[in-house]
Structures are given as C-alpha cells and as structure tokens.
Design a protein around this ligand. Structure first.
Ligand code: MN
Length: 233
C-alpha cells in the first residue's frame, strides 16, 4: 500500500466509454492518503447517474478515510452532480477553486476552464481562427478541387495550439500569484505537466482518458506527477 499526504485527480470522465476506469480503480485501491482533491471533470457531462463506473468510484472513495475536496469542472457545472446525489448521508462540499495550505506553501486549485471566459485574447483568437479556417478551406478547395483542407490543420492549428497552451499556463500561474499562492494544480486541457514559471509552479493532473495520470503530495510536501500510460494492467 502506497501512502501519500494527498492525491490530486482531474478529468477522469467517468461515464464516458473512453475512461480508463479499471486502471484508475486499481490504482485507488492500492493507495492511502490523508486528502483526496478532485480537480474537476470527474464525471463526464452526459453520464447516467446509475453508471457502473460512477457507482464503483463512490464505493471506493467511501471505503477510505479521505478528506475530500471536490472542485467542479466544466462537465459538472450545469446540474446536480451524481456524486452528491448518490451520497445523501454524506454530501460532498464542492468548490470552484480552493486554496490548499500545506504548511510549506499555498496551492491554488481550480479545474482551469475559467480561462475561456477570462482571457479576452483567447476569445479574439478563437474568433479569428474560425475565420482563418474557413478562408483556408476555401483556398484549398479551389486548389485541390474539394480535397480535405491541409493548410489549416498543418500550419495554422499547431501555432494556435502552442499559443493557447502557453496562454493557459500564463493565466493559471498569474491567478495563483494574485491569490498569494506559489503553485497551481489544475486540469482541463488533459496534458499532464509540471512547469516552473516565474510566477508560480504549474502542475496539471492530466487525465484518465489518454494518460492515466495523477499528482501526489508526499508527506514532506513534495509534489510528484505520475503517468501510468505505458503500464499494462
Ligand atoms: Mn474540463
């Protein structure tokens, strides 16, 4: 049994056929922790409340003596959450963000989807990209007589994605600093990463759709990103 101070999970997307639930349950059954931080998109938007994976997840977390902090993701905002519904005796408290003080530093926890509303450049970029995509397709269609557009996907999209990625990291580390935090732990973009920036340390939990990744906090306050992608079980 592995023992950690805290475990951080995001973007599990329980209820989706792409969720690596068996691998997740296997991992959860082998760990002990004081805190479990659910960093959003634990359950996918259109999941049915009686989904077997959701039931199993609740069963596992109820069998442990974990202090649970539940931060909502964009898949969880528009309705009463099945995790809360199914636990009427022990409803979970939910947050949009949470500041975790571990004695060494303050850590700003949020799913990360607020990036889309707060960053004006991101909105302008999205609008411009749609226009560029349409124009690129028109040019390509004329040139290659209806063949699939490659200009947008090969040239424009990678540059835009790189910009958005940097902009996302910048947004979250800025938010952390503004809230007097030295680190941020988030999810949303399904990219497990630890990046040191001038503003704050950026840690992204990744996901349980492609990477099977999570973050742990050791008892000395150190954070580690674990990725199980290549482990077959
Ligand atoms: Mn998300």
């Amino acid at each position: 049994m592995k023992k950690y101070k805290s475990i951080f999970l995001s973007d599990i997307h329980l209820g989706s056929q792409h969720c690596k639930s068996k691998q997740l349950f296997n991992m959860l059954q082998k760990v002990e922790a004081k805190n479990l931080f659910l960093v959003g998109d634990i359950i996918t938007q259109n999941a049915k409340a009686d989904n077997k994976d959701i039931e199993k997840f609740i069963e596992i977390i109820n069998s442990k003596d974990w202090n649970i902090v539940y931060i909502l993701g964009n898949h969880e905002k528009d309705r009463i959450h099945p995790l809360i519904e199914l636990n009427p005796q022990n409803p979970l408290k939910t947050y949009h963000y949470y500041i975790y003080k571990n004695g060494k530093q303050n850590i700003y926890l949020t799913h990360g989807d607020s990036f889309h509303n707060k960053d004006i450049f991101n909105r302008i970029l999205k609008f411009t990209l749609t226009r560029v995509k349409k124009t690129a397709q028109k040019i390509e269609d004329k040139k290659y007589r209806g063949e699939a557009s490659t200009l947008y996907h090969k040239k424009v999209k990678p540059i835009a994605q790189k910009y958005l990625h940097n902009s996302y990291i910048n947004y979250l580390t800025k938010l952390a600093k503004k809230n007097n935090c030295q680190s941020t732990i988030c999810g949303h973009i399904h990219l497990p990463e630890v990046i040191k920036t001038k503003k704050a340390l950026y840690l992204n939990c990744g996901d349980w759709v492609n990477h099977s990744s999570y973050i742990v906090e050791e008892f000395n306050g150190e954070f580690k990103l674990i990725t199980l992608k290549n482990i077959i079980n």
